[in-house]
Design a protein around this ligand. Structure first.
Ligand code: HPA
Ligand code: ZN
Length: 326
């Protein structure tokens, strides 16, 4: 199929990827065995069958439990390397990866273990596959702001390795305003900012992310459509949305792919991009997300070209690096 070859071949950047969400069941079992951790599933198949979610929280419960097999630097290296190898085959040329340090430091894993393993893989991946990279540290919004502030302080020695801070985990009841002071400190330390907003939360959370956290991109953001003035603002500012089509269907943000607003937002002139979010849990990496969206929404070659161009535009690459892909 020629549109598939086109989608696979076109250079694109992935801007919304939780590295812990790329942990495939096979690697989860291998690491569980390596560390003598007992998983509550008898087989890879049984684990995969458990990946049926009602909402964001039902996914997060499994996602945090799965991450418990990640214990030493080699685990984080193997996890990140497997992801890079996989998306190299999908035509991804640049990645901006989220990691959740609190998921690990809370279990007694050192911050350094996590980031050193990921960074070593990113460097290896650039050498082996030519994939460029940025790293984004996310705060878990279900934890309190003081915990996020301590995490930010742990990250300061790694400033040069982290381009931005982000905000993820349970959205409802944890508005961006809760983290205003943390993000203000992060920006004063030179970090850029992004935040998950408007996935399950209301458009007001997107407005808070813009006004209070001063984000450079909105992760998901699909509920912006409920507020026409907000949509107009996003168009005017060319504020990128990192949309995750398969994730949105899996977590029931939309009922079916045909109902997704990605195409409408694209046609309105928004800088929307396609991303995989947590590919091991949601049924596919970058190409699978492009393919599912293309089929469900009847996207044209021009739409695909625009989406790929948006991903480069919305990235944190330097202007000269962007030029190379434009
Ligand atoms: N939303 C919020 N938190 C997350 C997600 C998501 O889609 N994936 C991993 N953590
Ligand atoms: Zn996400």
């Amino acid at each position: 199929n020629s549109i598939d070859a086109f989608m696979r071949g076109i250079p694109k950047a992935e801007l919304h990827l939780h590295i812990e969400g790329s942990l495939e069941p096979e690697l989860m079992f291998a690491l569980a065995h390596k560390h003598g951790v007992k998983l509550p599933y008898a087989s890879v198949e049984e684990l995969r069958n458990a990946y049926q979610f009602d909402d964001l929280q039902s996914f997060l419960d499994l996602y945090y439990a799965g991450a418990a097999v990640l214990r030493d630097e080699d685990d984080f290296h193997a996890l990140t390397m497997a992801y890079l190898k996989r998306v190299h085959a999908d035509g991804v040329v640049h990645v901006e990866i989220f990691f959740d340090p609190q998921t690990h430091t809370e279990r007694g894993i050192a911050f350094a273990t996590v980031i050193d393993g990921i960074r070593r893989a990113l460097a290896d991946g650039e050498r082996e596959f030519g994939i460029t990279h940025r790293l984004i540290m996310c705060f878990l919004r279900h934890l309190d702001a003081a915990d996020a502030m301590r995490t930010l302080e742990q990250a300061l020695p790694y400033k040069d390795a982290i381009v931005a801070v982000g905000l993820d985990s349970s959205e409802r009841g944890h508005p961006p305003s809760k983290f205003e002071a943390v993000f203000s400190r992060a920006r004063s330390e030179g970090f850029l900012a992004v935040a998950h907003a408007g996935e399950e939360g209301p458009p007001a959370y997107i407005i808070e992310a813009l006004d209070l956290l001063k984000v450079a991109r909105v992760d998901h953001g699909v509920r912006c459509e409920e507020d026409p003035a907000l949509v107009q603002r996003l168009v005017q500012d060319r504020m990128p949305l990192t949309v995750c089509p398969l994730s949105n269907v899996k977590l029931r943000v939309v009922e079916r792919m045909q109902d997704h607003n990605l195409k409408r937002l694209l046609d309105r002139g928004l800088c929307v991009t396609i991303n995989s979010d947590d590919p091991a849990y949601f049924g596919g990496y970058m190409f699978a997300n492009f393919q599912a969206a293309q089929r469900g929404l009847d996207l044209s070659r021009e739409d695909i070209t625009q989406l790929a161009a948006n991903s480069i535009e919305a990235s944190f690459l330097r202007a000269a690096e962007k030029k190379h892909w434009q």
